[in-house]
Design a protein around this ligand. Structure first.
Ligand SMILES: [Ca+2]
Ligand SMILES: [Ca+2]
Length: 188
């Protein structure tokens, strides 16, 4: 048992995932099987993740956004996504409850993972989000958010903070603003 093969999903992880995601044991096992097939090493690298993202955005440059999403899913900070991180990510972007989505959005914007969001971080994410939009569609954007800077300013304005201020993870209303502003792009 101590030498359990990597193909078996541990009971502990299974129970944990059932509890946090409300997926059934059958669903989780099925996904685990697929995950093992696509990813025999049991870990998704940033490059593999970028490639997956690239398939969804063939007409734009999703690399930097994919990198940020990867970071926000890599909760143990080891530079790879394991099955647990992958399934929680899947859960959050599909059927997750709002509180979890808020937590995730916060971690997406908190680029340096220090527990605060700064204006520079909001700007960085807005720049990455912009690269997801095909160039020919930029002209269709509303006047007050047709550049990453304008969009970041607008978003930051909702925090009612000074330019040098920062928002902390306890600030639920700020998090909700992030979601309502960015949700359509974030949850693609
Ligand atoms: Ca990880
Ligand atoms: Ca930060």
């Amino acid at each position: 048992m101590g030498n359990a093969t990597s193909s078996a999903l541990s009971k502990e992880i299974l129970e944990d995932l059932k509890l946090t995601t409300k997926f059934t044991e059958q669903e989780i096992s099925q996904w685990y099987e697929n995950f093992q097939k696509q990813c025999p090493s049991g870990r998704i690298s940033p490059e593999e993740f970028e490639e997956i993202y690239g398939r969804f955005f063939p007409d734009s440059d999703p690399k930097s956004y994919a990198r940020h999403v990867f970071r926000s899913f890599d909760t143990n900070d080891d530079g790879t996504l394991d099955f647990k991180e992958y399934i929680i990510a899947l859960h959050m972007t599909s059927t997750g409850r709002t509180t979890r989505k808020l937590e995730w959005a916060f971690s997406l914007f908190d680029v340096d993972k220090n527990g605060y969001i700064t204006k520079a971080e909001v700007k960085e994410i807005c720049q990455a989000l912009f690269k997801l939009i095909p160039k020919e569609d930029h002209s269709k954007l509303p006047e007050d958010e047709n550049t990453p800077e304008k969009r970041a300013n607008k978003l930051w304005g909702y925090f009612e903070k000074k330019d040098n201020g920062r928002t902390c993870s306890g600030s639920a209303s700020a998090q909700r603003e992030i979601i309502s502003m960015e949700a359509p792009a974030i949850f693609l």
